[in-house]
Design a protein around this ligand. Sequence first.
Ligand code: 4NP
Length: 159
Amino acid sequence: MNAKPRTSILFVCLGNICRSPLAEGVFRSVVTERGRHADFMIDSAGTGAWHVGSAPDPRSIEIARRFGVDISMQRARQVNARDFERFDLLLGMDRNNVRTLRERAPEAAAGKIHLFLNYADGRTLDIPDPYYTRDFAGALELIEEASAGLITQLRNPAV
Ligand code: 4NP
């Protein structure tokens, strides 16, 4: 009964309107497809506060919809101090996100912070920000790869 602890994962980018909402939606869809939904608590946040309360960028909503995932109900929020306690993993979309998280994290939480693409095949480190590059399809592709790698690595739910 309720024996297995859930693994909690926070996906983090800069604005929480382009990449991390996609990561949240795609990873949730991947774990649901594999019947693992109950094993995870999944959320996303931004290191910046510019878009707090906003829906994802319409281009992220559209590319997710093509992938079969509805992210339109998500609302942006900023990473806060409690996130470093609540979450088992805080996964940055690029090295800037990881650097910012490490600067803000208490020492005890440093080991929870990783680059999301560490879970992909290692060719690419950063998910380039489509807010600037406009390449939402490319971001989605990298997010799919990293999500598949992450769920494989977390086959045993204890992180
Ligand atoms: P994201 O993209 O970090 O993938 O959500 C951005 C969205 C907005 C801004 C920067 C990045 N901005 O500066 O407003």
